[in-house]
Design a protein around this ligand. Structure first.
Ligand code: HPA
Ligand code: ZN
Length: 326
């Protein structure tokens, strides 16, 4: 089979996906119409043309603006269902999806509307595609730790349906240590922990995520490669890195996909995985990410299969379920 068929047929887990980042411009327009919201763009083409970013903040400004069309539980259901249908068609068997409640609650959208819409889509994905999924509640790091605590309190009635907490948004200037107490509180409630670290931030932020937030995975982690001791530690403990090649290219974390460090990570013994991050904004879903980096770096099928195995091994599925996928 050709490379594209091989990649699509490879059973995969997706571990780094912001559900708000899967909002395609077509659905953005449909929801704007349904909710009577005016968008600052005349057309789908104009929206896509605005997706040229030179760093993380450039992207985040547009990403938060796009999320303004999401108001009701039906909107969140439709958003997530579009992602699940697409992911299932390209071999994703399990998805651990991040959502940013503060992006919505700060606009007056009730937490219940957000999470109930996502949960109903997750149940439908299971029924329709046999696809399993989990929710990661992500705190916005440009906001305060107190605001994160308030979000965790809002989530209390649903904690049995939330697998982990995460940390995303503007990295530089908002180090992991800012959220040490709220991550400890989440851990005490039995939640797993992930954090974006080393996307734009320095290796010191990856150390803080490990030592202060006690994370179970590092999202991105690219800049860990600048620190040999850190690489050795991440490799020795088998820490999963959720790497996002097309995101890295679009946000100028790497200048050229041909220079992407994914295979260097594997060679260093790091448990790297491939993920789409914000597929509607970065030009591709998870299979597109595998393919783009495979072509740019000349990855072998063995390496691609290793990345797919790493994605299940790094998931929050029970060990026996992981074993059944690998
Ligand atoms: N980094 C930080 N915050 C985000 C991202 C990302 O790649 N995507 C959505 N929120
Ligand atoms: Zn991300």
């Amino acid at each position: 089979v050709d490379l594209e068929a091989f990649v699509r047929g490879l059973p995969k887990a997706e571990l780094h996906l912001h559900i708000e980042g899967s909002l395609e411009p077509e659905l953005m327009f449909a929801l704007a119409k349904r909710n009577g919201i005016a968008l600052p763009y005349p057309s789908v083409e104009a929206v896509r043309a605005a997706y040229a970013f030179s760093n993380l903040q450039d992207f985040l400004d547009i990403y938060y603006a796009g999320a303004s069309v999401l108001l009701t539980r039906q909107d969140f259901h439709d958003l997530a269902m579009a992602y699940f249908d697409r992911a299932a068609a390209e071999g994703v068997r399990h998805a651990e999806i991040m959502f940013d409640p503060q992006t919505h609650t700060d606009r007056g959208v009730p937490f219940a509307e957000v999470i109930e819409g996502l949960l109903s889509a997750m149940a439908e994905a299971q029924a329709r595609h046999g696809m399993t999924s989990a929710l990661i509640l992500s705190f916005l790091r440009h906001l305060s730790q107190d605001a994160a605590f308030a979000t965790l309190a809002m989530a209390e009635p649903w904690l049995d349906r939330i697998t982990a907490v995460g940390l995303d948004s503007s990295e530089v200037g908002h180090p992991p240590r800012k959220f040490e107490q709220v991550f400890a509180a989440a851990a005490a409630k039995g939640l797993k922990r992930v954090a974006h670290a080393g996307e734009e931030g320095p290796p010191a932020y990856v150390y803080e995520a490990l030592d202060l937030l006690h994370v179970d995975r590092i999202d991105h982690g690219n800049r860990a490669l600048e620190d040999e001791d850190l690489v050795a530690r991440l490799a020795a403990q088998g820490m999963t890195l959720t790497v996002c090649p097309l995101s890295n290219h679009k946000l100028c974390v790497v200048d050229d996909l041909a220079d992407h460090p994914l295979d260097r990570m594997l060679a260093l013994g790091l448990a790297a995985t491939v993920n789409s991050d914000d597929p509607a904004y970065f030009g591709g879903y998870v299979a597109d990410n595998y393919l783009a980096v495979a072509r740019a770096r000349g990855l072998s099928r063995d390496q691609l299969a290793q990345l797919a195995r790493n994605s299940f091994a790094g998931s929050f599925l029970p060990q026996e379920v992981i074993a059944s996928h690998i």
